[in-house]
Design a protein around this ligand. Structure first.
Ligand code: HEM
Length: 171
């Protein structure tokens, strides 16, 4: 009997991921007319994280109490809007079969949970005295959070533009 070629042997192998019944279903279901709510909600925690760093920097430069107060509000709203963004992202992750099967989507969720805990810490720390909290630890945390939010946003973008998650199929 003729030996099978290596190519035939490879073709005969089953890829369990390719065989997953829902792998092609990656369209958003938590959206409005096919536009994911997650993409709409993530803009707020991203922008507010940058605002917190900006307010801290301006407090450092000017010493104005106004900027320390702006910092505590920006930190708090970054965290609260982050929770809303996480709720829409988690629903998408758990309910859409083609998103759920992608390891990269779970990696994004892990980075996002780290980000949320840092955003919560930056807000909670300021609640014990928002002016004294800014220098040095508040501003250091805001700088670190800005790096983590950039990494989270970049990775989320990779899910959409590289893995095509949350997008509708081309017509
Ligand atoms: C546990 C929390 C999260 C989960 C499970 C999650 C999941 C996802 C998923 C599945 C996508 C693909 C698009 C879609 O299906 O909607 C996505 C995209 C994205 N995520 Fe998240 N996400 C979470 C939290 C966050 C947070 C807190 C941020 C930023 C503050 C963020 C930033 C992004 C960005 C920028 C995109 C790309 C959106 C686009 O360009 O359309 N995510 N995320």
């Amino acid at each position: 009997m003729a030996q099978k070629s290596t190519r035939q042997e490879i073709e005969a192998l089953d890829d369990p991921i390719e065989d997953y019944p829902g792998i092609d279903q990656t369209e958003t279901i938590i959206g409005i007319w096919g536009h994911p709510l997650h993409a709409m909600t993530v803009a707020f925690p991203v922008a507010l994280t940058f605002c917190t760093l900006g307010a801290d920097g301006l407090y450092w430069l000017s010493g104005e109490l106004f900027w320390a107060r702006a910092g505590v509000w920006a930190a708090g709203t970054a965290f609260l809007f982050g929770l809303i963004a996480a709720a829409t992202g988690t629903a998408e992750l758990l309910l859409v079969s083609g998103i759920r099967i992608h390891a990269a989507a779970w990696t994004h969720a892990v980075i996002a949970v780290l980000l949320l805990s840092l955003l919560g810490a930056n807000w909670g720390y300021r609640l014990y005295g928002y002016e004294s909290a800014v220098l040095p630890y508040g501003i250091l945390l805001s700088g670190f959070n800005t790096l983590v939010v950039m990494a989270t946003g970049w990775h989320g973008g990779a899910l959409v533009f590289d893995h095509r998650l949350g997008t509708s199929k081309g017509k």
